[in-house]
Unconditional design. Structure first.
Ligand code: PMP
Length: 358
């Protein structure tokens, strides 16, 4: 089966097999990871190792920390304004589509949101953000580095690292898929279900000084970034099994050389698919070339009925989960780390076969 879901996404078969093999008895300790006490050594070792693997694969510096938050992307959409905004202050959001849009709607519930840059109405490009775009006294600038639904991404040159305010990023759908200098963010979060593990948990990388300076003691602990950081994610029972799966994914990535070779592979996969779309007479991708995502490729025939026919045709060829996001339409292909080049080739063959039969 070729599962191109944009999330929860395909998981490598060898990882699923390891989970199956280890489910009843983890490394001879006589119990499943599912049964481990989260503050005893067996699980604590998994937790610490997972954090260390993440720090090593992303080359996290001493000024930053890594921890696991219970809840996915939406949890962070709320936590960010709860932690870093007050009713009298303001913040800046780059509105680059669905996920940045949801995040900014949540922030509006807690303070003033200034949209400093926008790709509206069609979100086909990533706007350039300069310091002049940021509002005075802004508490932070928020961006979403890869827009899972519209298939756009901030190229490294467009990431507004030097806008003079703390930079917060949603890196959910391109974390571990391409080189990203997360040390340059004051806080970056990624829901796990694309390249790391199951849904319902996110990994956060944060600047320790930023967390300490902005610490609020009058917010619920479950929403407090500082509390996750200062307790190594254990004041509440963390999603233990999800963290174990992240551990397996990170080990696999490191065994295969880390992010650089993965990025090279992802570029090849994306190039194969974009080339097929660009040379097709019926399929097209509307995104500015320099802003195209490596991990989420969108395309359509510009005819909803024909798109639907293609989705059904692909399904009959074991190619599934390619329907576009509900408000975008067309097709969307998740090319996350678990997808192999030959699976993309199978999709391209299917597209060409469909076109030839029309
Ligand atoms: N951010 C991005 C970039 C996403 O793609 C998604 C979900 N697809 C989210 C946030 C929301 O994450 P969750 O569903 O885990 O709340």
């Amino acid at each position: 089966m070729n599962n191109f879901s944009s999330g929860p996404a395909a998981i490598n078969m060898d990882i699923l097999q390891t989970i199956r093999d280890e489910l009843l008895d983890f490394h001879g300790c006589g119990m499943s990871v599912l049964e481990m006490n989260h503050i005893e050594k067996d699980f604590f070792d998994i937790l610490s190792e997972t954090r260390e693997l993440f720090e090593s694969v992303l080359k996290i510096d001493d000024e930053h920390c890594v921890f696991f938050v219970t809840g996915g992307g939406w949890m962070n959409f709320s936590m960010i304004p709860v932690n870093f905004l007050s009713h009298s202050s303001c913040c800046d959001y780059a509105d680059t589509g669905v996920w940045a849009g949801f995040a900014l709607q949540e922030a509006k519930k807690f303070g003033n949101v200034h949209v400093c840059a926008s790709g509206a109405p069609d979100y086909l490009h990533i706007p350039t953000i300069t310091p002049e775009d940021i509002s005075p006294n802004s508490s932070y600038l928020y961006i979403c580095t890869n827009n899972t639904s519209y298939g756009t991404r901030f190229s490294p040159e467009k990431i507004p690292y030097d806008c003079g305010v703390p930079l917060i990023a949603d890196v959910t759908s391109n974390i571990l898929a391409e080189e990203l200098d997360v040390n340059r963010f004051d806080l970056a979060f990624a829901a796990a279900q694309k390249n790391m593990g199951p849904s319902g948990v996110s990994v956060v990388v944060a600047n320790k000084e930023f967390l300490e300076k902005r610490r609020k003691t009058d917010i619920p602990r479950i929403l407090s970034y500082y509390d996750y950081y200062s307790t190594n994610s254990t004041f509440s029972t963390p999603p233990t099994f999800a963290i174990y799966m992240i551990n397996l994914n990170l080990k696999r990535l490191i065994k295969n050389g880390g992010i650089a070779p993965m990025q090279a592979k992802n570029r090849k996969k994306a190039a194969l698919l974009y080339d097929a779309i660009d040379s097709s007479e019926i399929f097209s991708n509307p995104i500015s070339k320099e802003d195209r995502s490596l991990t989420n490729v969108v395309f359509s025939t510009k005819d909803a009925a024909l798109d639907e026919r293609f989705i059904r045709f692909a399904q009959s060829h074991d190619i599934v989960n390619i329907r576009g996001y509900k408000t975008v339409g067309g097709m969307r292909i998740g090319l996350y780390n678990a997808i192999e080049l030959q699976q993309v080739q199978a999709l391209v063959d299917c597209m060409q076969c469909f076109e030839a039969e029309l």
